[in-house]
Design a protein around this ligand. Structure first.
Ligand code: C2E
Ligand code: CA
Ligand code: CA
Length: 284
């Protein structure tokens, strides 16, 4: 056997050991409930009210503190634990919706991120069903966010999944539209309720740069024509918000309104905003 083979085997063994180590660390984190749900509001620029929120994962690591997903999602994907963690987040969202209902709070739609691996797992719909039943979550306030890079090669499978979601009374969104290849054919074949325009459209030069502005305006017109609602992501300035309001964009999710917040702070933000809007409208 040549040296090259030995070298490859050695690297392979090292990779396996690392994978094992990560698996154990992440498994512990999941068991110790170190993953937390943050919520980022989606606000209607027209009414200034919160019309929804996205659930975003954070890892409250005992050594490093609160970690954002880009620092551990690749490890979760690599270790194969991503499906379990996504289901953990799904359960958290379902539980929160149920709690709001019990407390007499009319819920808002909360969206959960779905990974490619979730869609490739045959038992995913049975798991969703079980969690929805166990938590008593009102399905009409649930939304699943699919990314563009999802495996759309098996279109009939994706169609079945979306159909199932709609039969349950829940909703589905296409995330990060415009970030990669944005196959319009996918939108024709799959009935998404919502399209999320990726933050790449809302860089500093939006809305001053004419070409970019026309692209966003054109996309909004097209989606409105087919009855799909639009969420603009990554909106950071007042000028951007004003332009999107003029274009009749339904919802805005971005630092202009708020960063993702822990649930308690989100609830406070929501309540204060409702009160402020009602006061301005003279209904409170
Ligand atoms: P995403 O689904 O596109 O989520 C939106 C990301 O944009 C969030 O980053 C949010 O904090 C960030 N963002 C929102 N508004 C602004 C803004 O105005 N400016 C800028 N610069 N950023 C903004 P976050 O929370 O770090 O999440 C990153 C990605 O991690 C998410 O992107 C999503 O792909 C993934 N992710 C988050 N939670 C989960 C989860 O529970 N499961 C899975 N599978 N993926 C998740
Ligand atoms: Ca998302
Ligand atoms: Ca996104």
């Amino acid at each position: 056997m040549g040296n090259e083979d030995e070298g490859w085997k050695g690297r392979n063994r090292k990779e396996m050991r690392e994978k094992d180590k990560f698996y154990r660390i992440l498994r512990n984190a999941l068991e110790n409930q170190e993953f937390e749900m943050y919520l980022q509001p989606k606000v209607s620029p027209k009414t200034a009210k919160i019309g929804g929120a996205e659930a975003l994962i954070r890892w409250n690591n005992p050594v490093y503190g609160m970690l954002p997903p880009d620092q551990f999602l690749p490890m979760l994907e690599h270790s194969g634990l991503i499906v379990q963690v996504d289901l953990y987040m799904f359960r958290k969202v379902c539980g929160l919706l149920h709690r709001w209902e019990c407390e007499g709070i009319e819920p808002i739609v909360i969206s959960v991120n779905v990974s490619k691996a979730d869609m490739e797992y045959d038992g995913i719909l049975t798991e969703y069903d079980r969690i929805m039943e166990e938590t008593g979550a009102p399905a009409q306030y649930l939304e699943l966010e699919f990314t563009e890079d999802m495996s759309y090669s098996d279109m009939p499978r994706m169609q079945r999944i979306l159909q199932w979601i709609h039969e349950k009374g829940a909703h589905c969104a296409m995330d990060d539209f415009g970030k990669a290849y944005s196959n319009l054919n996918v939108i024709q074949e799959l009935e998404f309720d919502t399209i999320k325009l990726d933050k790449c459209f809302f860089k500093e030069d939006f809305p001053n740069e004419e070409r970019g502005k026309k692209i966003v305006g054109g996309l909004l017109e097209m989606f409105q024509a087919i009855g799909v609602s639009v969420v603009a992501e990554g909106v950071e300035t007042k000028a951007q918000k004003q332009e999107l309001k003029k274009m009749n964009c339904e919802l805005i999710q971005g630092y202009y309104y708020s960063k993702p917040l822990p649930v308690e702070r989100f609830e406070k933000f929501w309540k204060e905003r409702e009160e402020a809007v009602n006061l301005l409208l003279g209904t409170a």
